[in-house]
Design a protein around this ligand. Structure first.
Ligand SMILES: *Cc1c(COP(=O)(O)O)cnc(C)c1O
Length: 367
């Protein structure tokens, strides 16, 4: 049996001693949750790292997105993408709103901005695009449409930690942006997430929504849930944040090695780095064009799995193909096509270049 198993991702962990030293402070003050010193310190450091004015930390990204939608008072219909993790669509639906699926751009895999306007009705209150794989949406075009039709914009930036456009943090675009700090993301707090925003008035509502509706007084003004980030999560975040540059540069090396090895291979469409965008190298995806490559995505996935290399079909199936969303992908043909041909290869901070070579050797076998 081959022992060298490579999974699609491997969560970043700090040195054990570093984490112990960080959490030892929790034993000194017995403050486990409810906006303790680790939480506050992480929030301030992240504001700086992400280049955002306002930031509220949550226990996970999904509840952060649900809260952002509620805090902005969205109603009726929300235009979104089906090419995402199901959390995005659930966050809309669980707020009692209707997701309206917009097709995606065949190069960026983000929402196709030329197809947004035809989906706007008198019920539309917002656009909720996803910076999928950390690739930035066309934020300027989206802002223009939103202004023209008086719509809110919330970005799902779960994949886009640290991404910048012309030096401006991805979370600074739109009315709000959600980050996920789940174990599998570029930056993790075990589980965790945040909402970034520039309107300071949103902060109070977001905190109320994550803390049973409590604000500054004993009165409860709104019907909140419980979605606070605790001190252990924040401690993991503080440790991982110290290592974030090294972690991203490890990802970058592996990413570039994939590019070197797979560039120019007929039938494999590789990630394209965007002009003026600082990338975070969160995912390495290949689109397998069967007619050119001579093999389909399923077959490639199977061949890799047989050699203990575990890839993932992010994002297949599309969220609009799930039973709870009506199983109708006919309105998003590009997204359907991409979801049938995309494969995400292993990528994490200490993925060895020799492992990338091994993976590429298998991919290229017989081609
Ligand atoms: C991970 C992810 C989420 C949910 O984040 P959690 O922190 O796991 O709750 C939402 N949207 C996308 C696109 C994601 O990848």
């Amino acid at each position: 049996m081959e022992t060298n198993v490579i999974k699609v991702t491997k969560p970043s962990l700090p040195k054990f001693e570093e984490f112990v030293s960080e959490i030892s402070k929790i034993w000194e003050n017995h403050w486990l949750t409810n906006f303790g010193p680790r939480h506050i310190e992480l929030r301030e450091k992240l504001k700086d790292t992400l280049g955002v004015e306002g930031l509220t930390l949550f226990t996970n990204g999904h509840l952060a997105l649900e809260a952002a939608i509620e805090a902005l008072g969205l109603t009726g219909e929300v235009i979104t993408t089906p090419f995402t993790f199901v959390s995005t669509t659930h966050a809309i639906a669980r707020n009692g709103l209707t997701p309206v699926f917009c097709d995606i751009d065949k190069e960026t895999y983000c929402m196709d901005v030329t197809k947004i306007e035809e989906l706007i009705t008198e019920k539309t209150s917002a656009i909720l695009p996803v910076h999928v794989y950390g690739t930035m949406c066309d934020v300027n075009a989206i802002e223009k449409i939103a202004k023209q039709y008086n719509l809110k914009v919330i970005y799902d930036a779960a994949h886009a930690f640290g991404v910048e456009l012309d030096g401006v943090g991805v979370g600074a675009f739109g009315d709000a942006a959600m980050y996920s700090f789940h174990a599998t993301k570029v930056f993790n707090t075990i589980e965790g997430g945040a909402v970034a925003y520039s309107d300071p008035k949103l902060e109070k509502t977001l905190i109320q929504l994550q803390n049973f509706g409590f604000g500054d007084t004993d009165d409860v003004e709104l019907i909140g849930a419980n979605a606070k980030m605790n001190e252990f999560q924040a401690a993991m975040g503080l440790c991982n944040l110290k290592n974030i540059h090294q972690s991203m540069s490890g990802r970058k090396s592996a990413f570039e090695q994939y590019l070197n090895r797979l560039n120019g291979v007929q039938g494999l469409i590789l990630p394209r780095l965007q002009e003026n965008v600082k990338a975070n190298y969160s995912y390495f995806h290949v689109q397998v064009e069967e007619s050119q490559f001579g093999e389909n995505r399923e077959s490639l996935l199977y061949r890799l799995a047989q050699k203990n290399i575990y890839t993932r079909k992010y994002f297949s199936p599309l969220t609009n193909s799930f039973r709870c969303y009506g199983q109708n992908t006919s309105t998003t043909p590009i997204a359907q096509f991409i979801s049938e041909s995309i494969l995400v290869l292993p990528l994490y901070e200490d993925l060895q270049l020799s492992d990338v070579d091994r993976i590429c050797d298998i991919i290229l076998e017989g081609h």
